[in-house]
Write a new protein. Structure first.
Length: 370
């Protein structure tokens, strides 16, 4: 090895030793940023409140849309041509109870009915001589019946039969058959005129004067404009507080008006989607419209000895967190009902400190401070 190589090796070793010396010196002077003390455990702060049992009114909130209680499809029962009644109805036309809505031409049947009345009159006239001699006690009442007989008017009831012999005699002369045939025709003649059964409006009109109608033909649809019905879902736990005939106060915010209603019935079938029971309420009053949205309340029996808490304090449906000696506890409660953001419960006596600062990330046995 040459002298130059030896010198280079020695210088390299010296430089490494000097670098190692300075590294150890600097490392010894550097202080650790990691604390030697054990980490402090954070204790969560919570807020608490006490809820005392009380007596509370039991207001059951309801809402829904009203629909007409009576919607009727008008159908023709006879065949013929519609004639003018003096007022042509259109969709949306209003009418009063008893108004003539439709009339079918009935001249042919009217003449046929008068012919039948004439046959009855003649049949009774022919038995009068026999009645005078064989049943003199019945003669006067049958004569009085003929004297009052009017072919243009509805046939009156036949005279009351006084004996079996008189009944057999009258029946043998075909009097009863003629009489009841006339009564049937008179009833059928009523079908040529259709009168309004209530105050209402036309939802649709399918035929007008001059149209030919047949039995079963749809003439139109009408709706009662005074009586309406509202269907509202009610929670199953509230159903026990309702009864038929109970008064209901309803309100329309659009009209700024109140309406009164009555519970008419409750459904026997549960709505599987909402797990509620439909309740039907009769509503009446001026200003109501089919499809109008109403909301209101029913006052049920008062709730005694209940605790009212915000519904978001419930844990696992029927428990609440309480504070006892700096430790969280889960306490079971009984749910009486839930309305909106309030839960009506029992199982608290008012001395418990209920956690009200939120239930996120809490667990039973957790140490907390107020």
């Amino acid at each position: 090895m040459s002298r130059q190589s030896i010198i280079s090796l020695v210088i390299t070793v010296l430089l490494l030793l000097i670098g190692a010396f300075f590294y150890r010196s600097l490392k010894a002077k550097k202080e650790s940023t990691v604390s030697k003390n054990p980490p402090a455990k954070e204790i969560r702060k919570v807020e608490v409140s006490q809820f005392a049992p009380t007596k509370s009114e039991n207001k059951i909130e309801i809402d829904g849309r009203v629909s007409a209680y009576e919607k009727i499809n008008l159908s023709a029962e006879v065949q013929g041509k519609l004639i003018d009644t003096g007022k042509t109805h259109r969709q949306g036309s209003s009418f009063a109870k008893g108004d003539l809505l439709f009339k079918v031409e009935s001249k042919d049947d009217e003449y046929a009915l008068k012919a039948q009345r004439s046959l009855l009159f003649n049949a009774i006239t022919q038995i009068m001589p026999d009645l005078k001699f064989d049943y003199p006690q019945a003669f006067n009442k049958w004569k009085r019946y003929l004297d009052e007989f009017n072919i243009e008017a509805r046939v009156k009831a036949l005279p009351e039969i006084g004996s079996d012999q008189e009944k057999y005699f009258v029946g043998g002369k075909n009097i009863y058959n003629l009489y009841y045939s006339i009564k049937s025709a008179e009833e059928r003649l009523k079908n040529y005129s259709i009168y309004a059964p209530f105050n209402g409006v036309f939802l649709s009109v399918n035929n007008y004067p001059g149209s030919l109608v047949s039995p079963g033909g749809n003439l139109g649809q009408i709706m009662n404009t005074y009586n309406f019905e509202l269907v509202s879902p009610v929670a199953m736990e509230d159903l026990k507080y309702l009864k038929t005939g109970q008064k209901v106060t309803l309100r329309s915010e659009e009209l700024n008006k109140n309406f009164s209603g009555t519970v008419s019935r409750t459904s026997k079938q549960l709505d599987p989607t909402t797990q509620s029971i439909p309740v039907y309420i009769n509503v009446s009053g001026s200003g109501l419209r089919d499809g109008m949205y109403l909301k209101g309340s029913i006052m049920g029996a008062a709730l005694d000895n209940v605790v009212i808490i915000p519904v978001d304090l419930l844990v696992n449906t029927n428990q609440v967190y309480t504070y006892q000696d700096s430790i969280l506890q889960l306490q079971k409660v009984d749910i009486i009902k839930i309305t909106g953001d309030k839960a009506y419960i029992s199982g608290l006596d008012g001395t418990e400190q209920v956690i009200t600062s939120g239930n996120n990330n809490l667990f039973p046995g957790q140490k907390v401070k107020l």
